[in-house]
Write a protein that binds this ligand. Structure first.
Ligand SMILES: *Cc1c(COP(=O)(O)O)cnc(C)c1O
Length: 364
């Protein structure tokens, strides 16, 4: 059969990391701790209640959920200036990002990002026929802001996307640099947005601020978050952003009606009510991360400074071979980043002990 597939999609394979049943799954930056029983019960109760109304479509605007997310950001990042109407939510921040591209991207429009970064960014652009351009990060994976400002002036992108902390490097963008990018984006004729993807925000080291604090003074700024990582709710599929009302209004034009199921809204609200229980181990994960980084450096590896729940380390002459050797020992990590580097998500102390002993064996 001849499929009428878009020519630009011919020969492509779907994105996705391996989902393997091994002892230590350290490849997609999940929180390794399952929700505690008290939260499981709260979610089950909320879902049971929602189930009794499943003959009706869910609240299309998800306003209660968006209000809960605003309250959470007020607690987590002192962003107490946000109302429900400043929040947009969707099925994972992947869908939030797709909505941004559907509303602001399109043929003849450019998105700018900084490589190496999240491998889904080019896919949102491809799927919305938006041009995707990248500038290289410096050798230590920080941004060359002078070069970025110049590129914004020249390319006039509709969106500039920076993951902070960046995946796969863990690099956070300092507020002063975020402000410089805001200023450059605000000058683009025809308008432009700076999207800071803070999927890993809750793991940042003490003293590293969130871009949320800049929102009141910067209508061109969008801050994206997710419940998939620190929140231990990757399976719940709930991502969100905070932005000016006009941005959120524009996103509503492209969303599918009822895109967030009643089950999703109910479980996310129950999880948000228990955010402290769900994130109880975030401090442990951060400590484990810092110990992992220190151990890798003691072993002689180069490790990127990280504010996330993973570490990028190397260099390896044959990283595929190291990846395979680790997998044979029950440790699934990720081949990503520049040639020669590997990424490990931070797991439980037991999982990280296995990671360390497996790595020592594999490179021996
Ligand atoms: C994991 C990740 C996300 C989260 O995606 P969800 O769809 O919310 O699960 C977003 N951005 C980056 C950079 C990530 O690494």
């Amino acid at each position: 059969m001849t499929l009428p597939l878009r020519p630009d999609l011919a020969g492509l394979t779907p994105y996705g990391a391996p989902q393997l049943d091994v002892v230590a799954r350290l490849n997609v930056n999940e929180n390794p701790y399952a929700p505690p029983a008290v939260v499981v019960d709260a979610i089950a109760t909320a879902v049971r209640q929602a189930a009794s109304g499943l003959n009706r479509y869910p609240d299309r605007d998800a306003l209660e959920l968006r209000g809960d997310l605003a309250s959470y950001l007020a607690v987590e990042s002192q962003a107490d200036f946000l109302a429900a109407e400043n929040i947009w939510a969707a099925n994972g921040s992947n869908e939030v990002m797709l909505h941004l591209h559907q509303a602001f991207g399109g043929p003849g429009r450019k998105v700018l990002s900084f490589a190496p970064t999240y491998s889904m960014y080019p896919e949102y652009a491809r799927d919305t026929l938006t041009d995707y351009e990248t500038l290289p990060r410096r050798a230590d994976f920080t941004l060359d802001v002078d070069a970025a400002v110049k590129a914004i002036e020249e390319l006039e992108p509709v969106m500039v996307i920076v993951a902070s902390p960046n995946n796969p490097t863990g690099t956070a963008l300092p507020l002063s640099e975020t402000e410089r990018l805001c200023a450059a984006v605000a000058k683009v004729p025809g308008g432009s947005l700076l999207v800071i993807d803070e999927a890993y925000a809750e793991f940042r080291r003490h003293g590293v601020p969130s871009a949320l604090s800049l929102l009141p003074d910067h209508p061109e700024l969008v801050v994206s978050r997710t419940m998939s990582k620190a929140f231990a709710m990757a399976g719940g599929r709930l991502g969100y952003l905070a932005a000016a009302l006009e941005v959120v209004d524009a996103l509503q034009i492209v969303r599918l009606p009822y895109h967030l199921s009643a089950i999703t809204q109910a479980s996310a609200r129950a999880a948000l009510a228990h955010h402290r229980d769900l994130q109880a181990q975030v401090d442990e994960i951060r400590a484990e991360r810092d110990e992992t980084v220190a151990w890798l450096r003691e072993q002689g590896y180069t490790v990127a400074d990280t504010d996330a729940n993973f570490a990028l380390f190397g260099p390896f002459e044959d990283r595929e071979k190291v990846f395979q050797g680790m997998l044979e020992r029950g440790v699934l990590i990720r081949v990503t980043g520049p040639e020669g580097w590997l990424r490990v998500s931070i797991g439980t102390p037991q999982e990280m002990a296995l990671f360390r002993s497996a790595l020592v064996e594999v490179v021996a």
